[in-house]
Ligand binder design. Sequence first.
Ligand SMILES: [Zn+2]
Length: 115
Amino acid sequence: MTETKTTAETAATNRAISLAEFQGLIRRMYLDKDLARGIDGTFMWLMEEVGELAAALRSGSQAEREAEFADVLAWLATIANVADVDLSAAIARKYGSGCPGCGKFVCTCADSEKP
Ligand SMILES: [Zn+2]
């Protein structure tokens, strides 16, 4: 069977890809496997990738760092798909109007606070 790319997928290979497009690509590529694995198993893979990112940040090349950032984001998108969370909508809701703590676009929260 020949897989044909959607217009959005073809466009995505030729330019910057939006978060929504990326989550859709991850959904198309992996959703069946991700649903079978479930949130718990998928979360373990995310944590493994976070560890690999830490190692790449500490001692990897720039190409290795870039690859690990991509992997972490892919596994985060995977979990969001399994949990039925639209990442783009979620970040727009939480961060689209500024810092969730102070409401400003350049955060003015105290250094002792998380943001
Ligand atoms: Zn703030």
